[in-house]
Ligand binder design. Structure first.
Ligand code: NAI
Length: 470
């Protein structure tokens, strides 16, 4: 048993090793700090272990199974005898995807001389914290600076206590068999991604969304393309659905809900509740430190991630803004640089948002509506993927690219895409918005042929009023 009565001295301590924490720790070490990172569960946090990465693995497996099973009449591909070995799918996801990545992160931390401390951190004051390990083990650490990156947890709603057949995203990623019937409460990013994945893996899926639109953070015309595909796949969707209660029947679960005052119910093998996440800011001693928090339990920070206690920083899901891995990593780098005395500050103008639905959704910068609300004089142009040779040759012509630009000088302030590989195709727009490029810069950049990214060039030509392919 290790019981440290004397504090071990550190320059910078990072609490939480998700994509916010591990990136912050490595950058702080690169900038010459003596750094330790504290993790109570698995290195890599939610994103690598039970979030972004394993969900993408199941989504890929879903595509592979669906495509193999359905064959493709357009391509003339016929198939028979296709089977899914879901145990193998899960083994591949856990061992070859998640473990490879998390052990890679551990190696990167070690390579950068970041000490990894296992246990739960509790701040005693603004200079010292205790790490509680297994049993009675505890150790004191003193620090000059701390970066808190403790992430978030799925929200539990009344009537749907997690456990048994009521599962959160972690449970949904680790099912041992593909459910025959799955009900999803909350048709946001997690609900739509995992709902589509399980539909592709063979489940009968129903999505109950509380607001008037599925995927409410994306624009309606983009979501329509995904909804059409959901319908084709036999996924039932219900908007304005108020979930009320889950009744466990032992071998199934009945979900009671209400639509426009009308009581309804549906029975399934599992109900996935994906209605958002709440910040992990309790029980780490923040109240005692006097760190200012919002009513929603988010930590208030300045543009370097500094909290109201000047040597303590907070990043990722526990500070305002979307709960996104790339936002956490970005904030981690800024906080580490600020601690090193560099004049770093966050600038969220590009902030990508991506959903791995089928087809994918990606949004960078401002929508036309947001730009107008900010007082910008903008217009937009849309280019349909049906006009893109590569999309046609992939038999994936659904969707479009849209650019939002200021009128006159045509500076790109926003870009959206719904369509095949939107997650990757749109990256060049992140750069364009960050660099303040205009539509002509994109239109005059030679794009390889035939590529999906040519649709970005075509949209830039469209906004300039001279589209070749439209
Ligand atoms: P979300 O905020 O994206 O969606 C939650 C949905 O649940 C919303 O559509 C909301 O209207 C609905 N809802 C809320 N309460 C409800 C209720 N009582 N009954 C029915 N519907 C209700 O949150 P989600 O999907 O849980 O994801 C959590 C976070 O993780 C989000 O910030 C999301 O952006 C992020 N994430 C990002 C991914 C990506 O970047 N590809 C993938 C998965 C998650």
């Amino acid at each position: 048993m290790v019981v440290g009565a004397f504090a071990i001295e550190l320059d910078t301590v990072v609490v939480g090793s998700g994509p916010g924490g591990y990136v912050a720790a490595i950058r702080a070490a690169q900038l010459g700090q003596k750094v330790a990172i504290i993790e109570r569960e698995n290195i890599g946090g939610v994103c690598l272990n039970v979030g972004c990465i394993p969900s993408k693995a199941l989504i890929s497996a879903g595509h592979a199974y669906h495509n193999a099973q359905a064959g493709n009449e357009v391509f003339g591909v016929k198939s028979s005898g296709v089977e899914l070995d879901f145990k193998r799918t899960q083994e591949w996801k856990n061992n070859e995807v998640v473990n490879t990545l998390t052990s890679g992160i551990e190696m990167l931390l070690k390579k950068n001389k970041v000490e990894i401390i296992r246990g739960e951190a509790y701040f005693n004051n603004d200079k010292e914290l205790t790490v509680m390990g297994e049993g009675d083990d505890h150790q004191l650490y003193s620090f000059n600076h701390a970066i808190i990156a403790t992430g978030s947890t799925p929200i539990q709603i009344p009537g749907f206590k997690f456990g048994g057949r009521v599962i959160d995203s972690t449970g949904a990623l680790n099912l041992e068999e593909v459910p025959e019937k799955l009900v999803v409460i909350g048709g946001g990013v997690i609900g739509s991604e995992l709902g589509m994945a399980y539909s592709n893996l063979g489940s009968e899926v129903t999505i109950l969304e509380g607001s008037p639109q599925l995927l409410p953070t994306f624009e309606k015309d983009m979501v329509k393309v995904v909804e059409k595909k959901m319908k084709e796949r036999g996924i039932e969707t219900q908007t304005n659905a108020m979930a009320q209660e889950a009744v466990d029947n032992g071998d199934s679960v009945t979900v009671k809900y209400e639509v426009n005052g009308e009581a309804k119910e549906i029975t399934a093998d599992y109900v996935l509740v994906s209605v958002g996440r709440r910040p992990n800011t309790e029980e780490i001693g923040l109240e005692g430190l006097g760190v200012k928090m919002s009513d929603r339990g988010l930590v208030e920070v300045d543009n370097q991630g500094r909290t109201s206690v000047k040597n303590i920083f907070a990043i990722g899901d526990i500070v305002p803004g979307a709960a996104l891995a790339h936002k956490a990593s970005y904030e981690g780098k800024i906080a580490a640089e600020a601690i090193a005395g560099e004049p770093a500050a966050v600038d969220y103008k590009v902030m990508p948002s991506v959903a791995y639905t089928d087809p994918e959704l990606a949004s960078y910068g401002l929508t036309e509506k947001q730009a107008k609300e900010q007082g910008l004089d903008v217009h937009s142009a849309k280019f349909p993927l049906a006009g893109n040779g590569r999309a046609l040759s992939l038999d994936q012509k659904e969707g479009f690219v849209r650019l939002v630009a200021t009128k006159g000088d045509e500076v790109i302030v926003g870009a959206q895409m719904v369509g095949v590989n939107a997650s990757d195709v749109m990256a060049e727009l992140g750069l364009a918005i960050e660099a303040g490029m205009n539509a002509e810069d994109i239109a005059l950049t030679i794009h390889g042929h035939p590529t999906l990214s040519e649709s970005v060039m075509d949209t830039a030509e469209a906004i300039l009023g001279m589209p070749i392919h439209m």
